[in-house]
Design a protein around this ligand. Structure first.
Ligand code: HC0
Ligand code: SF4
Length: 579
C-alpha cells in the first residue's frame, strides 16, 4: 500500500491507484467530465481529455490530471486550492468557448454534467471568443447526435466499442477538428448502430439523445376522434419514482397508472401481460424445437435465442446472419401487445383499428425503431404508433402538472392489464429465461416446477450458465447482458464450445432496467442493482407467478387466439428477420 496526504487527510491506498480514485475513497470529490468507471462491467474511460480534474502536487511545477496520475508514497496533494481552482476555471472557459449557448433549449438542460461543473466553478463570463463548429444534427429513428455539443470525453466511444463491441462510432482527426464519427461520416442510421442507446445513457452533455415523440403524443391526446391506449414496460415502474424524489428500489406501478390517466390516456394496459403471452408462444416454440432435437430432425435450430430485445435482434441481423434462424420468431411483448390491441381490443370497442393509437412507455430507445419494422404494421398502420422512453414520460407527467408522489395508486384496465410475476421480472437480465423455465417446465413434464425462484438465473455476471433438470432431462441455459457479452456468447455457439438449448440476450447492461431511455444513472451500477431487486420483490408479492396461470392470457387464447403457436398466433404474434 501507499500512504499520501490529500487536502490534509492521510490516505492509504493500494499501489496503482490514481489520485482521482484515492480522493473519492475519502469523500473528496474532484470534478471531471470525461472519466467514467463502470465497476460491475470492469470498464473504465479515462482518456484524460477534459483536464478538469487537475490537482497540485507539492514539489511539482505543473498541475497534474488526477485521473491519469498515480499516487506515490509521501505525496502531498491539494485538490481545491486557489491555484487549482483558477486553472480549472480557465479550462472550463476554454471548453465552453467551443460550446453552443443553447442551454435553455437543450435536451440535457438541468441534467447536463457540463452545466453542473460550470455552475460549481462559478463561471460567469467566457473570456475567449472561440470558434464554434456547425454540424447539422444526425437524426435516426431512435437516437439523435448533435456534434456541436460534443466535448470529446469519449465515453460513448468506450461504451460502443469496448462494452458493447459494436464499433459504430469512434474519434477521428486531431485538435479542433477531432470529432466522434461513424464509419465514413455517414448518418448513424446507415451504419451498424444497433440503437441500444447505451452511448446516450452515459453522454455527459446534449451531444447524444433519444429521438423524442412527445409532441406527436400530445397531439393525439388532444384529438378526441382517437382512442389512445398506453402500455407500460416492466422496467419503467422501477425507475420512474427516482425522477420524482423517490427511491430507485421503489416500484411505482399504481402511481404510474394514475399519472397516465391524468395525462389523458383512455386505457392503460400492462406490457407485463404481453410478456406472459410471449412466454406462452416462446415456451411452446422452445419445446417444439427440443422435440425436434430429441427426434434427431435436421431443422432443430438449437439453441433458441430470445428475440424480445430489438438491440440484440439488430446485432444478430448485422453480425451473425448464421444465427438468424435461432432467434425465436415470437414478437417482443411490446409488439404482441400492439397486435392484440389493434386486432382484438379494437373489435371489443367496435372501432376500426385506425382510430386506436397505441403508445408504449419503454426504458428503451431501440423500441422506437422496433415498432417501425416492416412486419409490425398492417396497411401502413403500425401496431404500436409511438414509443416514449422513461425520461419522456417524466416530461409528460411534469407537463400535466401532476404531483407524482401524492398520486393515489390505481389498477391497470382490463383485460390486458393483468399479469403474473413472471412478466414483471422480464425487465432484469435473466428474467425472461426464468419466466420461460417456470412455464416450460410445467408444460414439458406435466408437473409443477419444484421451485419458483431460480436464483441460478439471476445476478449481474456478464454471462450466466445454468442447467435445469426438467424431470430427468437436463436443459442448458445461457444468459448474456450487454452486447460485448452477447458477442462472446454468439461466438461460443458458432464455434461449438457451448451447448445451450436456450439463450437469453439483452443488449443493455443489467437488462431493460439499464436501458438507454431510463433516468440517468451516471455510470453508477448500484442504481441498476436496486432496480432489479425491486422487480424481483414485486414478483414475490404477486399471487400468480407463472405466465400460463394468467387468467386473462388463458381467456385470450380461448376467445381469440386458439392455441399457442397456432395459426392465429402465427399471423399476429410471430415475425421474421432479415440480414
Ligand atoms: Fe423490456 Fe420487454 S422486458 S424488452 O427489456 O421481452 O424495453 O422493460 O418492455 O417488449 O415485456 C424493454 C423492459 C420490455 C418487451 C417486455 C421483453
Ligand atoms: Fe453504439 Fe449503441 Fe450508441 Fe449505436 S446506440 S452508437 S450501437 S452505443
Amino acid at each position: 500500500t501507499i500512504k499520501l496526504t490529500i487536502d490534509n487527510k492521510e490516505v492509504i491506498v493500494p499501489e496503482g491507484t490514481t489520485i482521482l480514485v484515492a480522493s473519492k475513497s475519502v469523500g473528496i470529490k474532484i470534478p471531471t467530465l470525461c472519466f467514467m468507471k463502470l465497476d460491475e462491467l470492469h470498464y473504465e474511460n479515462s482518456p484524460g481529455s477534459c483536464r478538469i480534474c487537475v490537482v497540485e502536487i507539492a514539489g511539482n511545477k505543473k498541475l497534474m490530471p488526477s485521473c491519469k496520475t498515480l499516487c506515490a508514497e509521501g505525496m502531498v496533494v491539494r485538490t481545491h486550492n486557489p491555484r487549482v481552482l483558477n486553472a480549472r476555471r480557465t479550462i472550463m472557459e476554454l471548453i465552453l468557448s467551443n460550446h453552443p449557448f443553447e442551454c435553455l433549449t437543450c435536451r440535457k438542460n438541468g441534467q447536463c454534467e457540463l452545466q453542473n461543473v460550470a455552475s460549481e466553478l462559478g463561471i460567469r463570463e467566457i473570456r475567449y471568443p472561440g470558434e464554434k463548429s456547425t454540424f447539422s444534427p444526425d437524426v435516426s429513428p431512435a437516437i439523435v447526435r448533435d456534434l456541436d455539443k460534443c466535448i470529446m470525453c469519449r465515453r460513448c466511444e468506450t461504451m460502443c466499442n469496448s462494452v458493447q463491441s459494436v464499433g459504430a462510432i469512434s474519434a477521428i482527426n486531431r485538435g479542433f477538428n477531432s470529432i466522434i464519427s461513424t464509419g465514413f461520416g455517414e448518418d448513424i442510421e446507415l451504419g451498424n448502430c444497433t440503437y441500444c442507446g447505451q452511448c446516450v445513457a452515459i453522454c455527459p452533455v446534449g451531444a447524444l439523445g433519444g429521438k423524442s415523440s412527445v409532441d406527436q403524443v400530445l397531439d393525439v391526446l388532444a384529438d378526441s376522434s382517437k382512442v389512445v391506449v398506453a402500455q407500460t414496460a416492466p422496467a419503467v415502474r422501477t425507475a420512474l419514482g427516482k425522477a420524482f424524489g423517490m427511491e430507485s428500489d421503489q416500484v411505482v406501478t399504481g402511481k404510474m397508472v394514475s399519472a397516465l390517466r391524468a395525462i389523458g390516456f383512455n386505457y392503460v394496459f400492462d406490457t407485463d401481460f404481453a410478456a406472459d403471452l410471449t412466454i406462452m408462444e416462446e415456451g411452446t416454440e422452445l419445446l417444439g424445437r427440443l422435440t425436434h432435437l430429441i427426434e434427431g430432425k435436421a431443422d432443430a435450430r438449437i439453441p433458441l435465442m430470445t428475440s424480445c430485445c430489438p438491440g440484440w435482434v439488430n446485432f444478430v441481423e448485422q453480425n451473425y446472419p448464421e444465427l438468424i434462424d435461432n432467434l425465436s420468431t415470437a414478437k417482443s411483448p411490446q409488439q404482441m401487445m400492439g397486435a392484440v390491441i389493434k386486432n382484438y381490443f379494437a373489435k371489443k370497442l367496435n372501432r376500426p383499428r385506425k382510430d386506436i393509437v397505441v403508445v408504449s412507455l419503454m426504458p428503451c430507445l431501440a423500441k422506437k425503431y422496433e415498432c417501425m419494422r416492416e412486419d409490425m404494421s398492417v396497411e401502413g398502420d403500425p401496431d404500436v404508433n409511438y414509443v416514449l422512453y422513461t425520461r419522456e414520460l417524466v416530461r409528460l407527467i411534469r407537463f400535466a402538472n401532476v404531483d407524482f408522489q401524492s398520486l393515489p395508486e390505481s389498477d391497470f384496465d382490463s383485460p390486458l392489464g393483468e399479469s403474473t410475476g413472471a412478466g414483471t421480472i422480464f425487465g432484469a437480465t435473466g428474467g425472461v429465461m426464468e419466466a420461460v423455465v417456470r412455464t416450460a417446465y410445467s408444460i414439458y413434464t406435466g408437473k409443477p416446477a419444484p421451485k419458483i425462484d431460480f436464483q441460478e438465473l439471476r445476478g449481474f455476471e456478464g454471462i450466466k450458465k445454468a442447467t435445469i433438470d426438467f424431470d430427468g432431462v437436463q436443459i442448458k441455459l445461457g444468459i448474456a447482458h450487454g452486447l460485448g457479452n452477447a458477442r462472446k456468447l454468439a461466438e461460443s455457439i458458432l464455434n461449438g464450445t457451448s451447448d445451450f438449448h436456450a439463450v437469453e440476450v439483452m443488449a443493455c447492461p443489467g437488462g431493460c432496467i439499464g436501458g438507454g431511455g431510463q433516468p440517468f444513472h451516471h455510470g453508477d451500477m448500484s442504481v441498476i442493482k436496486k432496480r432489479a431487486a425491486a422487480l424481483y420483490d414485486a414478483d414475490r408479492q404477486k399471487s400468480l407467478r407463472k405466465s400460463h396461470e394468467n387468467p386473462s392470457v388463458q381467456k385470450l387464447y380461448a376467445d381469440f387466439l386458439g392455441t399457442p403457436c397456432g395459426p392465429v398466433s402465427h399471423r399476429l404474434l410471430h415475425t421474421h428477420y432479415t440480414n
